[in-house]
Design a protein around this ligand. Sequence first.
Ligand SMILES: Cc1cc2nc3c(=O)[nH]c(=O)nc-3n(C[C@H](O)[C@H](O)[C@H](O)COP(=O)(O)OP(=O)(O)OC[C@H]3O[C@@H](n4cnc5c(N)ncnc54)[C@H](O)[C@@H]3O)c2cc1C
Length: 479
Amino acid sequence: MAKRVELYDAVVVGSGPNGLAAAITLARAGQRVLVIEGRPTVGGGMRTHELTEAGFHHDICSAVHPLGLGSPFFRQLNLARYGLTWIQPPLPVAHPLDHQPAMGLERNLERMVAGLDGFDGDQWRRLMAGPVGDWPQLAAMLLAPWPRPTDPLALARFGLGAIWPAQFLAQKWFRGAGAQALFAGLAAHSMQPLHWPLTASFALVLALLAHAVGWPIPRGGSQAIADAMAAYLRDLGGEIVTDQWVHRLADLPPARAILLDVTPRQFIQMAGDRLPSGYRHQLLAYRYGVGVCKVDYALSAPVPWRDPVCRQAGTVHLGGTLSEIARGEAMVWQGQHAPHPYVLLCQPSLFDATRAPAGKHTLWAYCHVPHGSFLDVSDTIEAQIERFAPGFRDCVIAKRVHTAVDMAAYNPNYIGGDINGGVQDWRQLWTRPTLRRTPYSTPLPNVYLCSSSTPPGGGVHGMCGFYAARALLAHGEMA
Ligand SMILES: Cc1cc2nc3c(=O)[nH]c(=O)nc-3n(C[C@H](O)[C@H](O)[C@H](O)COP(=O)(O)OP(=O)(O)OC[C@H]3O[C@@H](n4cnc5c(N)ncnc54)[C@H](O)[C@@H]3O)c2cc1C
């Protein structure tokens, strides 16, 4: 029988940050790599497009990149050489409130402490000072296949706060409504009810990142990260084909290994009957989370914030107090649309003139909605913006809505609109997609998963792809 000719050492399906990170890691190790992407352009959750009108460049998915700048993998790459420029807005995050000044999350820890009331300022320092100094060690431990205690003291200092439900920690730790609300807005990135354990860890990591590296946006939009990674990969000899959906593993070109930047549900379909039934059942039991409804606006003017602090921030968290945000997030988990949702906003054109025609602006907004929601909730999002920026609706030239179902149609990895590739609670953070010694490996020889459905989970950091490729290099056929 003729020997099967293997053109590539590895084929990577999907060009999200993790697919590209896996491909780059393999290419740097001298492997011949092909990336196959279903959509016409590379990037996964890092694409920028004129979604509303000509000249308005909107980030379809990710927009703000504390995890990107804080990622040990990204730090190894010189993406500036390929055109990536980070912009740091003066304030990483603002959180407006109804009857008191907006809260600002400062980059500088001492300025942050000084901006809070005496007691809460001291508490903020107590919570953050140690872990901020420990960030490089923490990043290596937390953005990893499991939290390896290479620096047990740093992990313990972080873990003492991180294990708690965000709602409990915020109420116990801070006295002022402002500090509590700010903490809740950060914790709500978890996309979980704030009375769940470990939700405080999301607030802590995001606050630490603000102090340690900032919350930057890429000049030109998130596509700039994707384009820089793709250019680097090509320089390393890697190949990329786009506009080619992969439906079955059997359709892939011959290769010694396959890495899949997809979630368990697509993997089951691609593998067909090749998966052992035990593993297949484990994948079927994998849990996906709530969805998002995303709205992109073209504006005739900047958002008319009542509190000018909000104008300084790249990201603005809306939703009011801790209890309001906690209530809204809990409702979404119960399958209801929150009438006054927690809303995430990014206003990139204030800091990056390439995003909109002169004098005009783009605004990126989303809120959490029940899994699989097909509702356009842009009205409730706008009501929340109007609450803190009266006159906002008058600035809207055009808008484009993606419901949770639309998001899933746009990218098959967003099952039911879940943007993290699966729930990231304590049961599934380090056992994604299943409990395995090497979570990236599968029972199929040399077939690896490398998406955000593997540790350390969602966000643009490339660490899932990096570790999947490392696992293949260490244990796979390439070892
Ligand atoms: C609205 C929104 C806002 C977000 N905001 C942020 C943010 O500000 N900061 C941040 O860090 N993260 C953010 N995220 C999350 C971040 O985008 C994701 O966690 C990240 O992109 C996951 O990377 P990935 O490589 O695992 O998968 P993806 O980025 O989803 O990439 C998967 C790729 O695989 C392709 N693909 C899938 N199936 C197939 C197939 N069968 N054949 C061929 N190709 C296929 C898809 O087209 C896609 O290009 C946001 C996401 C969304 C949706």
